[in-house]
Design a protein around this ligand. Structure first.
Ligand code: GTP
Ligand code: ZN
Length: 362
């Protein structure tokens, strides 16, 4: 019988649990109880401390660098949770909002013995749940029975690595005619991933010839720029500029990928904006939060193009990494078409930082 949720379905549950502040259990070798720092409640913190053992707060090496904590595991640090750890302490480690006002959070002691496998999985889970990458992790011997006793989602740790980071297959759900200002011959396609994560969209303009490179754009969602007309970035003008160019040529495809904030989610992007108001640039802000500069996975863009029958594109972008990713994923980039619109006095420094630090072409 196939009623029992498989690993992908369990992962979707785990993401939802962590967002709600419910613990999840990682089972097998190096088993552990995991709670996201961002959604931890005072009661659950007290309960974890009451269990005894040696709970730690796992953070990424990026966050550890800001906190001057030692990251013995390379990509992450395991900070010992003080016996009297308060929720304020946990949240101040996880969230850089008050770093400047209260820079001294130590002494911070990092674990260096034992395995960091559960901690790495916990951080990947937090990221995929679009939460701050910080998790309270308590190693456990009786993980299976603990999960059963408390009706918690249990995930076999050994199988997670293959699934957390891999792009889930996307399926076309529906497509319908959509006349737009840029072109009356528009069509909106909806794609749904198997892992319960966000849907992505393709806007097809005209009837592009599948045997030739199609004018294409991979646009990452930007609620602030696309919808609100924010002047902090160039996304709104790029979105409309790309559609207008496709309308003028009579054919094209724009992928609207729900990877808000270069894949960190809107709440974290707003945390990054708040840090930018404290004087950090767009890349530094991501790092202080514990993220990489860019957490997007462009494989899904390539998958959507292939499923629509496209194998070659003229890619509207200033980002050479998008070109490289498309090529790696088996889409021929016949031409890179620059898309330089929307510069204003508020985003000049942002665009300059992207050029200097992220390799964008000016
Ligand atoms: N984390 C973070 N994300 C941002 C910030 N400003 C804009 N974004 C996001 O950056 C992404 C911009 O996407 P794109 O315009 O597709 O990508 P790009 O890498 O700039 O490349 P091209 O526009 O194709 O040249 C969107 O997801 C925005 O939400 C910021 O300061 N911090
Ligand atoms: Zn934007």
């Amino acid at each position: 019988m196939a009623f029992t949720p498989d690993i992908i379905e369990q992962l979707a549950r785990a993401r939802a649990d962590l967002r709600m502040g419910v613990p999840v259990v990682l089972t097998g070798d190096n088993a552990a109880l995991v709670l996201a720092a961002e959604t931890l409640s005072p009661q659950r913190l007290a309960d974890i401390l009451a269990l005894g053992g040696a709970p730690v707060l796992a953070i990424t090496a990026r966050r550890a660098e800001t906190l001057k904590a030692r990251a013995y595991d390379g990509d992450l640090a395991r900070l010992k949770l003080p016996e009297d750890a308060s929720l304020t302490w946990v949240q101040a480690i996880a969230d850089p909002a008050d770093d400047l006002r209260s820079p001294m959070k130590g002494p911070l002691q990092s674990d260096r013995d034992g395995s960091a496998l559960a901690h790495r999985a916990a951080l990947a889970l937090c990221k995929s749940a679009r939460l701050l990458p910080a998790a309270v992790v308590l190693p456990m011997d009786d993980a299976d029975s603990f999960a059963a006793r408390h009706a918690l989602t249990a995930l076999p740790l050994a199988r997670l690595a293959d699934h957390i980071a891999s792009a889930s297959p996307l399926h076309p759900i529906v497509a319908a005619r959509l006349p737009m200002e840029a072109s009356e011959a528009g069509r909106l396609h909806i794609f749904r991933p198997e892992d319960g994560a966000e849907e992505h969209y393709a806007i097809e303009i005209g009837r592009p010839d599948r045997s030739k490179p199609v004018l294409a754009r991979l646009h990452s969602a930007c609620f602030t720029g696309d919808i609100l007309g924010s002047l902090k970035c160039d996304c709104g003008p790029q979105l409309r500029g790309a559609l207008t160019q496709m309308g003028a040529e009579g054919a094209g495809v724009l992928l609207y990928l729900n990877q808000e904030g270069r894949g960190i989610g809107l709440a974290n992007k707003m945390r990054a904006y708040s840090l930018q108001d404290q004087g950090f640039d767009t890349v530094e802000a991501n790092h202080r939060l514990g993220f990489e500069d860019d957490e997007r996975d462009f494989r899904l863009g390539a998958d959507i193009l292939k499923s629509m029958g496209f194998s070659a594109v003229r890619l509207l972008t200033n980002n050479p990494k998008k070109v490289d990713m498309m090529t790696t994923c088996g889409i021929t980039v016949a031409e890179r078409v620059p898309l330089k619109v929307g510069e204003n006095r508020h985003n000049t420094a942002y665009l300059a930082t992207k050029a200097r630090k992220s390799g964008h072409l000016l």
